[in-house]
Every structure is written in structure tokens, then in C-alpha cells.
Design a protein around this ligand. Structure first.
Ligand code: GLY
Length: 330
């Protein structure tokens, strides 16, 4: 695994730029977002945790052929959702305390179109259902039985998402039934994936089985537009991983994008959001949260409360894991 601590030096936005509507302005100097003199890194894709490497590869197949970012982000996270060995996303995800695997996902494109599903059972690829909500309905989010009914109507197949190994893990947990939701089990949870395509359009996708052994019906940040994911094609995109409740409380991904709008680099925007979480919580025990961000220029960043968060980055010149900076050690 390659560490690249100085990758954030890429930031070309500068420290004090202020963005208003469709332009960046640095003091009195106005820098248009589509500044053709700026060296934009595109296409590019980033995604949370080690499972992001495979997801990025699938997204890259589309991006490298000048495909659209929205197709790339969906194709990318579908790989993780369909991996039964991954215990935090899609099939094979650890169940809630009642033994039910419930999935949350959302997707957002460069025109602010978005779709989401929450507490969806028995469907392997919730991200594709979220995309159907976005494209085929006037709504943004469907939940529970209604989301499942919609998925079946759209031709998605019913699938048992509880694998033998996740069932065994749940049965072991039941011996004590200690209600202590686990985040970052095996050092990963959500996959959030952000892409900038050849045309300069951003999109994002976010999907998870949520906290292991959560209360049935619990929904985290991952399907909440503005919390688990946010995209503004004028500025950038961000997504979150970790304790969803903490992310929702600060509208995490929307905040990261707004901070970039106000001139922060992706890394500094993620850092500021993390520090807001730290400030708002008296007890930070097990409160791991990480953000990643990608701006219109293809600059990337990430930051987490605790050490250990990393993300996968793929561009025409890079294909690697990046260790996110962090506020504190465990
Ligand atoms: N970030 C995933 C969750 O809290 O469900």
C-alpha cells in the first residue's frame, strides 16, 4: 500500500479564494470555474477504503472510454455490492440485530439529480435501484417495503443477502446480544465513490449495509443526500464513511462541498468537517468518521477523526491507496 502524504500539495485553489455563484474569486481577482488555463486532472475517480481499488477499476473502464461519470460511479460501487466477501456493503453485509440485512444507497449526478433507497432488503444492488428512483420517479428517496416493491416492479431479482458467514457472525453476536453497533469492522464500511469525467462532469455514489447489529429500521448517513454524499458540479463532490449519525448531525458531505465553494482545498474542507464533528461530540469513543472530496479541477483530499482511514485513487497516471490525514490516534 502506497502512502502519499504530499498529494494535497496539488491544490491550485489557493487558501483564501471565495466562491460566489458561478465563479471563484480570490480577493478581487475572479477565477472562473471553467478556467481553461487551469490544468484539470480528468478523468479521475476516488473511493473509500481498500475495496475502492476494484470499484475504481470498474468505474475507470467507463471513464477511460470518455463515458459519463454517473455510469462510472454506479458501475464502480456495484462491484463492491456484489462481493459476498465484503461484510459492510451489499450481499454478505452484516445484518441488523434481528438478522435482517438492510441496505442504504444514494447516487447524484452533475445536474443535481439524485436518488436514494434506505432499509432495502433482498436486493443485491441498491445503488441501481437508487438510480431508478432518480430517473424514473419524481421522488428522491424510497424506503423499506416500498423501495423493495419498486425494485421488483423495475425487474430487480429477489436475493438472499445473508450469507453463511454473515449469519454465523450474527449468531455469535447473539450469544451476548450486546447492543454495541460496530463501525469500521475489518477496517472498512461504506463505499463512497466520486468521479470526474472527460467532459468535466462530477457524480457520486454511496452504498452500505450500515452498522452491524443496528436496530432494525436504523438508517445511517449513506442514503441521505447532503450527509453521505453531495455533488455540486460547479464546485466539487464529497462523501462520507464511519458513524452515520455523526455525519448526519453536521450535514457532512454538503458541508465539505460548501467549504470547497468557499475556497478550501478538498483536504482542508474534509478536515474542517471532521473538526466540526469533534467539536460537537463530547464522547468520541469509537466515533470514526472519514470524508473524501474531489473538486472540479480533479484535486482530491480526505480526512478522518482517527488514524487508519484510506481511499483509492485512479487517474491516467495514478492507481493507488492514499492514507487520509487524521486528527488523532485511536
Ligand atoms: N456510514 C455508514 C452508516 O453509518 O450506516
Amino acid at each position: 500500500m502506497k502512502t502519499r502524504r504530499n498529494f494535497l500539495k496539488l491544490s491550485a485553489l489557493g487558501g483564501v479564494a471565495i466562491i460566489s455563484n458561478s465563479c471563484f474569486s480570490k480577493e478581487n481577482e475572479s477565477v472562473k470555474i471553467n478556467d481553461t488555463s487551469k490544468n484539470v486532472i480528468k478523468p479521475i475517480v476516488i473511493s473509500t477504503w481498500i475495496h475502492g481499488m476494484e470499484a475504481n477499476a470498474a468505474a475507470w473502464e467507463i471513464l477511460a472510454k470518455k463515458g459519463n461519470s454517473i455510469d462510472a460511479v454506479e458501475a464502480g460501487v456495484r462491484v463492491t455490492e456484489s462481493d459476498p466477501e465484503n461484510s459492510s456493503v451489499g450481499i454478505g453485509g452484516l445484518p441488523d440485530r434481528d438478522g435482517k440485512v438492510t441496505l442504504d444507497a444514494c447516487i447524484m449526478d452533475h445536474e443535481n439529480n439524485c436518488g436514494a433507497v434506505a432499509c432495502l432488503q433482498d436486493i443485491e444492488n441498491p445503488i441501481s435501484v437508487a438510480r431508478k428512483v432518480m430517473e424514473d420517479t419524481p421522488h428522491v428517496m424510497l424506503v423499506g417495503d416500498g423501495a423493495k416493491q419498486f425494485a421488483l416492479e423495475k425487474g430487480f431479482k429477489e436475493t438472499n443477502l445473508l450469507t453463511n458467514s454473515s449469519k454465523t457472525a450474527w449468531e455469535k453476536w447473539k450469544e451476548e446480544s450486546k447492543y454495541q453497533p460496530v463501525i469500521n469492522s475489518e477496517n472498512h464500511d461504506t463505499i463512497g465513490l466520486l468521479a470526474l469525467d472527460e467532459k468535466g462532469n462530477l457524480a457520486g455514489a454511496c452504498t452500505t449495509s450500515g452498522m452491524a447489529y443496528k436496530l432494525h429500521g436504523r438508517v445511517g448517513d449513506s442514503p441521505i443526500i447532503g450527509a453521505g454524499l453531495f455533488v455540486d458540479n460547479e464546485v466539487g463532490a464529497a462523501c462520507a464513511t464511519g458513524v452515520g449519525e455523526a455525519v448526519i448531525r453536521i450535514a457532512g458531505s454538503a458541508i465539505v462541498v460548501e467549504l470547497m465553494r468557499n475556497g478550501l482545498s478538498p483536504n482542508d474542507a474534509c478536515k474542517e468537517a471532521v473538526q466540526r464533528i469533534i467539536k460537537k461530540h463530547k464522547d468520541l469513543t469509537n466515533m470514526q468518521v472519514g470524508f473524501i472530496a474531489l473538486n472540479k479541477y480533479g484535486e482530491t483530499g480526505g480526512y478522518s477523526v482517527y488514524a487508519g482511514f484510506n481511499y483509492a485513487l485512479k487517474s491516467s497516471s495514478q492507481n493507488e491507496m492514499v492514507d487520509a490525514k487524521f486528527d488523532r490516534n485511536w
